[in-house]
Design a protein around this ligand. Structure first.
Ligand code: SAH
Length: 233
């Protein structure tokens, strides 16, 4: 699967390739049989684990800003938020990038922590159970922590984040989450109507202000996508 994504140039960097190789997608899919197909798979509750090429795109968009933050502040831990962790696959792949365990983070990144949140308690449990199969060192080393949470609110207690991934489509740009980015941090988020097609955007915070100011963010449209909605619980 990772070789195919690399041949298609969807995986283009060594850190992303290494992170994906270290997490077995079969542990995160409800049906092991289709686990390595480049397509979404059902994970219950009307939700899906996104296709591997989407996860690869997200990681490739996030890694450069993590590498920049690592270089500028080599003593500081990186912090990452995965909203709508669902299966936990991307949460674990993000965890491998900044692994605090004996194998350490993937160069050129420094150690860090990934918080995964989801609105569905059952999917929080699903994420935890999947990670425990072969990636439980990520939890033991405090590299990954998963909890119930609403993406519209984010996770103020752990902010600011060097990177935020949103795994469900927001009908408008989620301002609370944008405010929780560190300066230089990036968010990858699908924005668009529920039930239709959306666009995936990369939002970079370039300046810090006490209240939301649009000009503090540089927004770039990446590609057309179709995600389940980021619900209002
Ligand atoms: N990224 C995951 C799951 C994608 S499905 C994966 O690839 O496996 C979208 C997920 O977003 C679901 O798990 C759903 O429960 C969650 N979700 C929807 N609205 C949310 C919200 N407001 N806050 C947090 N999670 C939400």
């Amino acid at each position: 699967m990772v070789d195919k994504l690399t041949a298609a140039k969807i995986v283009s960097s060594q850190p992303v390739r290494d992170a994906l190789i270290r997490v077995d997608r079969a542990n995160y899919s409800a049906q092991r049989s289709g686990a390595y197909n480049d397509s979404p798979q059902p994970i219950g509750y009307g939700q899906t684990i996104s296709a591997p090429h989407m996860h690869a795109h997200v990681l490739e968009e996030i890694v450069p800003s993590l590498a920049k933050a690592s270089k500028e502040h080599p003593q500081e831990e990186l912090s990452i938020l995965d909203v709508g962790c669902g299966s936990g696959y991307l949460t674990a792949a993000l965890g491998r990038l900044v692994d605090k365990g004996p194998q350490g983070p993937i160069p050129p990144l420094v150690k860090g922590k990934v918080w995964g949140i989801d609105v569905w308690p059952e999917l929080v449990d699903f994420t935890k159970a999947n990670i425990k199969k072969e990636d439980k060192d990520l939890i033991e080393s405090d590299t990954v922590e998963v909890q119930i949470g609403d993406g519209w609110k984010g996770l103020p207690s752990a902010a600011p984040f060097n990177a935020i991934h949103v795994g469900a489509a927001a009908e408008t740009f989620p301002q609370n989450l944008m405010m929780q980015l560190a300066v230089g941090g990036v968010m990858v988020v699908p924005v668009g109507p529920d039930g239709g097609y959306q666009n995936l955007y990369k939002v970079e915070k370039v300046k810090e202000s006490p209240t939301f100011i649009k000009e503090d963010f540089v927004i770039r449209q990446l590609l057309g996508v179709r995600y389940v909605p980021l619900v209002h619980p």
